[in-house]
Design a protein around this ligand. Structure first.
Ligand code: NAP
Length: 495
């Protein structure tokens, strides 16, 4: 079958890059399968996209917010209509199992319906004035032109976390998706076109982070960069934005942990750890990569976890017999392999896995064995660095205080969880764990869109996406003072 070539979306038109070049989008479960060719864009394409977003800004911000919300509700309806085919394409281009890609699209649906409703809220405040005959209030204004740069592990959900709030708040957008998942991004953008978004309000440009990502961040007409990706790339974004006096929000890496206390329901904890560590093949920012187990139950828990991990079936995510799909690409597989070698060198005990997986139908894909390390100490690099693969380290703790200390001994602060039946311990953990998300008797993954999402330390820069907190990223506050006294009244000045 002929391979389809996909284009950029600029000023309401689908256009080829002026570079005349494309790149291939491949299936990580079978890298011989090319799903499509995408534009290898350059700075000239990018300039056109930004220009178009600038041109559309005035008209879009002047459209009443409830009307903007109505268009976005239509996007939500289209996501519902196409959920299954979007999920299938997503599994083909990034590998996670179909149930999870359905979840990815569902998250975008939830986010879209929740946030489109902001078109009729966008709440500000009224507060009393210190003077008579004077009225004080705050109103939200759009920031301007937003650059949205996204990773490949949630190819529709994460873009929705940026595009929907940015648009409902009256901003226009230039969207650069990850080069590993341009198809899901393309299909998402098509839905905005179908929903009737005016030309130029959302522009879509594919190409590499260095070739178009960096010029996008540096472009003088970009007012805000909303970035999700690795902490290393986030640091580049932060430097460039600071230098160019731009606003930026960063959602970055994690090294998330589950604590299993001696009073925990161990079977429940095993299931939570399996879901956290091996769901999305360990490629979630909130993936559980450390399980910290009380010494009294360490042996029992480890043996149940090992037994359960051995049952996981690797394969193509489109098959309903598959539990764990491939990694995203060969570079990521080599990175995971090198961490497994490092773990052995550091003296951790390899209980299971630790190698690439090439058996049967998995020969042609980037598969990796689910891996368990025991006897891991908190300072080992496998316990400190984000591996982003199906590799779980088991650490021992002596008490809740000791467990919290281990969890917090990290440059990241995204997600944490604790399994305990003791309500006092649960609340102490909520108080002490230095992470943006904490789960009680549940895994490190499973956020819901009506709550703020983000992390502390090297995971973020103080912003939170989703919930109502997303509005803080995508709007500017204006404080308004209305004096209806007919006289010159002076705040703070005594007569
Ligand atoms: P990444 O390599 O940092 O890439 C993220 C995005 O940035 C991609 O679109 C990438 O483009 C672009 N990019 C790369 N270099 C750039 C540069 N110099 N300037 C501007 N843009 C650049 O991350 P990833 O491998 O896609 O995603 C995995 C990481 O994302 C993990 O660390 C994970 O924890 C994190 N993540 C965090 C969250 C969260 O909410 N905290 C959620 C999901 C993932 P190309 O694809 O073209 O390179």
């Amino acid at each position: 079958m002929a391979i389809k070539t996909y284009k950029n979306f600029i000023d309401g038109k689908w256009v080829a890059s002026s570079s005349g070049e494309t790149f291939d989008n491949i299936n990580p479960a079978n890298h011989k399968e090319i799903l499509g060719r995408f534009q290898k864009s350059n700075a000239s394409d990018l300039n056109k996209a930004v220009k178009s977003a600038v041109k559309a800004q005035e008209g879009w911000r002047n459209l009443p917010a409830p009307k903007r919300g109505e268009i976005l509700f239509r996007v939500g309806e289209l996501l519902v209509k196409h959920k299954e085919s979007l999920a299938k394409d997503m599994t083909r281009e990034m590998g996670k199992v179909l149930n999870e890609t359905r979840g990815d699209v569902q998250e975008a649906i939830d986010l879209t319906y929740y946030t489109a409703g902001e078109g009729r809220r966008l709440l500000g405040e009224t507060v009393p004035s210190e003077l008579n005959n004077k009225f004080c209030m705050t109103v939200r204004m759009p920031v301007g032109v937003v650059a949205a740069i996204t990773p490949w592990n949630f190819p529709i959900a994460i873009p929705s976390w940026k595009l929907i709030p940015a648009l409902v708040c009256g901003n226009t957008v230039v969207f650069k998706p990850a080069s590993d998942t341009p198809l899901s991004a393309y299909r998402f953008v098509k839905l905005f076109e179908e929903a009737g978004l005016p030309p130029g309000v959302l522009n879509f440009v594919t190409g590499s982070g260095t070739e178009i990502g960096e010029p996008l961040i540096e472009h003088h007409n970009i007012n805000l960069v909303s970035f999700t990706g690795s902490t290393d790339t986030g640091a580049v974004v932060a430097h460039k934005c600071a230098w160019n006096m731009k606003q930026y929000s960063l959602e970055m890496g994690g090294k998330n942990a589950i604590i299993v206390m001696d009073d925990a329901d161990l079977d429940l904890a095993v299931e939570g750890v399996i879901w956290g560590a091996f769901g999305t093949t360990g490629q979630r920012c909130t993936a559980c990569s450390r399980v910290i187990v009380h010494k009294k139950v360490l042996r029992k828990f480890t043996s149940r976890l090992l037994k359960r991990t051995k049952t996981l079936r690797l394969g193509d995510g489109l098959k309903n017999t598959t539990d764990v799909g491939p990694l995203i690409n060969e570079a990521q597989r080599q990175k995971v392999l090198s961490y497994c070698k490092l773990g052995v060198e550091e003296g951790a005990k390899l209980l299971l896995g630790g190698n690439v997986y090439k058996k049967g139908n998995c020969r042609g894909g980037f598969f990796f064995e689910p891996t368990l390390f025991a006897g891991v100490s908190p300072k080992m690099r496998i316990a400190q660095e984000e591996i982003f693969g199906p590799v779980l380290s088991i650490l021992e703790c002596k008490s809740l205080e000791n467990a919290v200390e281990i969890v917090n001994d990290s440059r990241f602060g995204l997600s944490s969880a604790i399994y305990t039946r003791d309500v006092n311990r649960a609340f102490k953990a909520i108080e002490k764990l230095d992470t943006g998300l904490t789960y009680i008797n549940s895994s490190t993954i499973g956020a819901e869109v009506q709550l703020p999402f983000g992390g502390t330390k090297g995971t973020g820069n103080g912003h939170r996406e989703a919930g109502t907190t997303a509005l803080e990223i995508f709007t500017e506050w204006k404080s308004v003072f209305v004096d209806y006294s007919g006289a010159l009244q002076k705040a703070q000045i005594e007569d």
